[in-house]
Design a protein around this ligand. Structure first.
Ligand SMILES: NC(=O)NCCC[C@H](N)C(=O)O
Length: 258
């Protein structure tokens, strides 16, 4: 039976110093961010996900964006090596967490770089964004780690946004959903639905027809509802100021052995 666990990591007290690359820095309210994070994790639990907290890392401002530190394929965890040097120390607690859940653990090795936000899985196809955080060696290491397990890795150029998944994710039926002005190569996705808002392109499939998504994309929520999905909106405004989105606040573990 598939597992329904999700790694999450409490926001660091230093959250307000998180990186910004493609947006202007806005003031982050850390208390509000904590309340938004709690509501986000409540939404996961309300839909049957057991949340597993990685130990907090107060000296790593971006550590709440746990998705960037590890990529799962089946029960194999590939520990990332961020293209942002200031984020590299985040992986320590994550290694411990995935190992204690019984995952087989691999690492992206120097000089390769990879952020988990650049990896989008649709079935056995693993799209890897090659952009500001993930380099060619990182893409190659994803191939080496996952293709022997049956994955097909497709490299996708990413120049306009932080990560591949800043611009495109996927619905439960495998349709890619993306905000075209932020994409470099939409034609790489064989089944593709354009959405009208940047944050509408970010969905976390909660199970069945439920889609966790940002409250900042009401028109896209209407589009999904009209297609028979049930949007579950959460306000993650403080994380959006740091280029975060709903996907980056958790890592779902759906194929654990135990
Ligand atoms: N996967 C993601 O979308 N991660 C967001 C990371 C935001 C963080 N401030 C960063 O620049 O690394």
């Amino acid at each position: 039976m598939p597992s329904k666990k999700a790694l999450v990591r409490r926001p660091a007290s230093s959250l307000a110093e998180g990186l910004v690359t493609h947006v202007e820095r806005g003031e982050v309210d850390v208390d509000l961010a904590l309340r938004q994070w709690e509501a986000y994790t409540d939404a996961l639990r309300a839909h049957g996900w057991e949340t597993v907290e990685v130990d907090p890392a107060d000296d790593c401002p971006d550590s709440v964006f746990v998705e960037d530190t590890v990529v799962m394929f089946r029960n194999v965890a590939l520990i990332a090596r961020s293209g942002a040097e200031s984020r590299r120390a985040e992986t320590l607690g994550v290694e411990e967490a995935v190992a204690s859940l019984g995952c087989s653990v691999n690492w992206v090795w120097e000089p390769g770089t990879l952020d988990g936000g650049d990896v989008l899985k649709i079935g056995d196809t693993v799209y890897v964004g090659r952009g500001g955080r993930t380099d060619a060696a990182g893409v190659q290491q994803v191939r080496a780690a996952f293709e022997p397990l049956g994955a097909r890795v497709v490299a996708v150029p990413v120049a306009k946004v932080l990560h591949l998944k800043s611009a495109v994710t996927a619905l439960p039926d495998g349709t890619a959903v993306g905000y075209v002005p932020h994409m470099d190569a939409p034609s790489l996705f064989p089944r593709f639905l354009p959405v009208p808002e940047p944050s509408g392109a970010h969905v976390v499939c909660l199970g069945g027809d439920k889609l966790l998504m940002a409250a900042s994309a009401p028109r896209t929520a209407e589009l999904y509802a009209d297609l028979g999905y049930e949007p579950v909106p959460v306000d993650i405004g403080e994380f959006e100021k740091l280029e975060g989105c709903v996907t980056c606040l958790s890592v779902r573990l759906r194929d654990l052995y135990a």
